[in-house]
Design a protein around this ligand. Sequence first.
Ligand code: ADP
Ligand code: MG
Length: 241
Amino acid sequence: MIASGITSMAKELRLTELAHGRFSLEEHAAHEQFLLKLLTAEISAREKRAEAERIKRANLPAYKSFEEFDTDFQKGVGAEELSTLARLQWIDDQYNLVLIGPPGTGKTHIALAVANKAVREGRRVFFADMDALMHILKTAEISMQSAARIKWIKKCDLVVIDEVGYLPVTNMEANLFFGLISSLYEKASVIITSNKGFTGWADMLGDSVLTTALLDRLTHRCQLLDFEDESWRLAHREQIF
Ligand code: ADP
Ligand code: MG
């Protein structure tokens, strides 16, 4: 029992002699407990380091949680739907999530709550707003940091693209955006937040053929949430005087 635990942890830690039984555990039976404790500590430290690294790479701009989200205020998503989103099974099933609505209605909040839970539960996540993402894509050839980020994005389980449609997009950017969505198709979940409904996307991307092809991939397995209510920011406005 202890021996098999030690062997499987040794495999995980790539301790080849121990993992493949070339180091006799029987000879050192008196120290089995010690070895078990040591390997357990090593694995848990490794997992912590991996989580810290994932959190760093996820690039989340703020902390938001599902618990903080008020579904009475935002009718675009119900309490039950929120808990389905929070269970994250849809990420493993590679569904996309598109949140559409005016500013201040909680789109980024939901995207961040999903991203935060996903990264803490072991998934690889990347978050960027459209503008930052375009910068990364455009500088991939000349910036090591951008190249590294793209490499990470391609390995991610969840990619969040916030604020699509706020800033105008050039023809080249529309192509890069399409290329990215295509490359993530059926490989990762994508969350997009936008102030524009799909009918406005052709105008935004300046190319109706490209937009049709993009929406085809994006919406093949996709949940769309429409946030139409008033702005939480305006309703909870804080003032100096
Ligand atoms: P959007 O991305 O739609 O512009 P945000 O998600 O940034 O809006 O929301 C603006 C602010 O209001 C954030 O601080 C967010 O946490 C808060 N907020 C918005 N909707 C809700 C809600 N239904 N419950 C709790 N906080 C909310
Ligand atoms: Mg937002």
